[in-house]
Design a protein around this ligand. Structure first.
Ligand code: ATP
Ligand code: MG
Length: 684
């Protein structure tokens, strides 16, 4: 179509166009940040559809749901309605969809529940009991650590023994027990018809390995596979796509940047992208060398940083933009002053007509944002946090989900137990006993009301228990499978709000949350889809709150990990102290410094126009802990001084320049002064 041709001509440069319109087969696009990789892969999907490839035979794997939504939106501008029919989403999301139709082959039912990481830990504790490994023993590995080891082995496709050896050598003596726990855990998931996030991939792969007809089916189904952010895929994901591509048409387009690989702790390996040409000797490799995102000053700074890495594939990157200001580095007295500075700079930029939504504050660790959030609240700057506890991870939201889940999947042991312990006088042991009692019944819900079950419940709680059973029946009567919002309203009408008041603080807010949950649910006509959607909203990598869009024009606060692939006009990277960013723990691991530098690289390469990097000169450990001097991050000090401007705070400026006799050899404080507070006479 002519319109599309014009867009290809106007919106892509010639190397981008070559990549987007590459012939069928194996194609790799390896290029730096801001070079248009995501744009190219989106256009390629449009190109394929325009050439007659059915939209629903295209698999577009993205790193987050948000990224998938954005790409599909963009694609809509190219090809219209068909965009919505592309299989776009994270690997976990696509796995979930496929497994619903194939669960029976694997011994699951199609209404299996997805466990989030807290549910997973709970189930793992039970598995530890099964295997006789006690969490409480000082020496034994903790449930959360086992969870990590088991998951890491799965995602890297390595034997558990090897992973324990390399990642937790001090636990090696427990290996036989750890293996037993892993088996017991797998059995428990199967028995309760639950899958954890990893299962959405492992069971998918099992399907391809053990059922030749499924492999053939998916090979036929996905005529083209495209992967964005390939550098952060793990061995399991690669095996899945390579299998499907090989069984089908062998059309695989991979896009990524090894220098932006930052999920090693989840088993990601940038060799997946660097070895692509070795796996496919006929692969075409495309390079994109023009950065459209950032000013030459920001590109020079970011490239100077990544050049300090020991490993990495060398790439060219030239900015297509006009000159802008140098990146600014500021030291503040402490974390409070840093927060004040960032807020003030944001307000000043906002006064210059930069919308809040085009600015972001990025940090290495979620807790680095707490002081800043206080200052933002104090100054009435609206913001959204893309890290930390997500909506559905809050206890009360999970309780409500448990109500829905047991109605949908009555074998969901973890949810039953969660509900039982809400009752006074019922602890984990009693909850387990009640579950055992009903588990084998054809209709566990009905079995709840029997005298035999009642006998297990402590006598003083029987009244409440009967009311609880009644609530469940009322919830079931709303036909929750098709009307999830009605089911949540039924939860609100029952005894649960009373439980909230008894068990939790801020009860009113929590009840409002549940009401909002019902509002959200009203958009869905399938409970199964609502639950899967919520649990996959951010999947294993965190990200967006429960299905909700970001409010318009608010400042974004985010960990660097969750800022991947995104861009803002003004970016503030805070807490750049050694031991914070780079993270202290990472520095003890082989390759850890390089990984941390890649994280820094991702952070600074998000900026389009202005980049401010700050660090507090002193840090106190905890609210009342001793205050110690901090060392600026090596990621700042290692960069050539002419690539950034050292700027000081207004009230420091005079002092620093007055006593310049002391700082022999130190570069002089020539930077402009910055304000951290509003003018006294200003009206705001
Ligand atoms: P990252 O590695 O950070 O994910 P990327 O390589 O995926 O970056 P994109 O996000 O696709 O880069 O593009 C970066 C910015 O440059 C976007 O704002 C995009 O719209 C713009 N852009 C890309 N190509 C062009 C082009 N040919 N002309 C103008 N703008 C472009
Ligand atoms: Mg991208």
């Amino acid at each position: 179509p002519a319109g599309l041709d014009k867009q290809f001509a106007d919106e892509l440069n010639s190397s981008q166009r070559a990549a987007a319109t590459a012939p069928d087969g194996y194609n790799l696009i390896l290029a730096g940040p801001g070079s248009g990789k995501t744009r190219v892969i989106t256009f390629r999907v449009g190109f394929l559809i325009a050439r007659g490839v059915p939209a629903d035979s295209i698999l577009l794997a993205t790193f987050t749901r948000r990224a998938a939504r954005e790409m599909v939106g963009r694609l809509g501008e190219l090809v219209g309605n068909q965009a919505g029919r592309v299989w776009a989403g994270t690997f976990h999301h696509v796995g979930n969809r496929l497994l619903r139709g194939a669960a029976k082959d694997l011994g699951f039912q199609s209404n299996f529940t997805i466990l989030d990481s807290e549910d997973q830990t709970d189930l793992l504790r039970l598995a530890m009991d099964d295997a006789g490994l006690v969490d409480k023993s000082k020496l034994a590995p903790k449930a959360s650590q086992l969870q990590h080891l088991i998951s890491f082995a799965i995602n890297t496709r390595r034997p558990l023994a090897a992973v324990v050896e390399s990642e937790a050598a001090d636990q090696a003596e427990w290996l036989p027990e750890i293996e037993k726990v892993a088996d017991a855990y797998a059995r428990r998931k199967l028995a309760s018809n639950c899958m954890d996030y990893d299962d959405l991939l492992t069971q998918w792969l099992r399907l391809l390995d053990e059922f030749p007809n499924r492999l053939e089916e998916q090979g036929r189904m996905f005529r083209h596979i495209l992967i964005d952010e390939m550098q952060d895929t793990n061995a399991l994901q690669i095996e899945i796509v390579e299998k499907i591509a090989a069984a089908g048409r062998g059309n695989l387009t991979a896009v990524g940047d090894d220098a932006q690989s930052i999920y090693r702790f989840r088993g990601a390996n940038y060799d997946n992208i660097l070895k692509f040409p070795d796996r496919h000797l006929d692969a075409r490799v495309f390079r994109l060398e023009v950065n459209y995102r950032s000013t030459p000053q920001i590109v020079a700074f970011t490239e100077a940083s990544i050049a300090h890495n020991q490993s990495g594939f060398p790439k060219q990157l030239v900015s297509a933009r006009n000159d802008g200001p140098l990146p600014v580095v500021v030291a503040t007295a402490d974390v409070y002053e840093e927060a004040a500075l960032v807020c003030q700079q944001i307000l000043e930029a906002h006064d210059q007509d930069v919308p809040l939504g085009r600015m972001a504050v990025l940090y290495r660790n979620h807790y680095d944002s707490v002081v800043l959030q206080g200052e933002l609240l104090a100054r009435n700057i609206p913001y959204t946090v893309r890290s930390g506890v997500r909506f559905f991870e809050q206890a009360h939201v999970k309780d409500v989900m448990a109500f829905l889940r047991v109605v949908l999947n009555p074998r969901d042991e973890a949810s039953w137990r969660r509900l039982f312990v809400l009752l006074p006088g019922v602890g984990p042991a009693k909850a387990g006993a009640v579950y055992q009692r009903i588990a084998s019944e054809a209709d566990p819900l009905k079995a709840l009301a029997t005298a035999e079950t009642m006998a297990i419940v402590p006598s003083k709680s029987r009244g409440l228990f009967a009311a609880f059973v009644n609530d469940l029946n009322l919830i079931r009567a709303t036909d929750p499978e098709h009307h999830p919002a009605r089911a949540i309203e039924a939860v609100l009408k029952g005894g649960y709000p009373g439980t909230i008041r008894q068990k939790y603080d801020k009860a009113d807010n929590r009840i409002k949350d549940v009401e909002q949950f019902a509002v959200l649910a009203a958009k869905y006509d399938s409970l199964e889809r609502l639950l899967a959607e919520l649990l996959l909203a951010g999947d294993v990598y965190g990200m967006d709150a429960a299905g909700s869009e970001d409010p318009q024009d608010v400042l974004v606060l985010s960990t660097v990990h969750q800022a991947k692939g995104l861009e803002w006009s003004h970016v503030f990277v805070v807490r750049l102290v050694d031991e914070g960013f780079p993270h202290r723990r990472a520095m003890d691991e082989p390759g850890g410094e390089d990984e941390e530098r890649r994280i820094f690289y991702v952070a600074v390469s998000r900026a389009m126009n202005e980049l401010m990097l700050s660090y507090p000169s002193t840090i106190s450990r905890g609210g009342y802990g001793p205050t110690v001097f901090s060392t600026p991050s090596r990621f700042l000090t290692e960069i050539r001084h002419d690539l950034y401007e050292r700027v000081v705070l207004e009230h420091e400026f005079d002092r620093l320049n007055a006593d310049d006799d002391d700082d022999e050899g130190e570069p002089p404080w020539t930077g402009r002064p910055l304000k951290s507070q509003p003018d006294r006479d200003s009206k705001t």
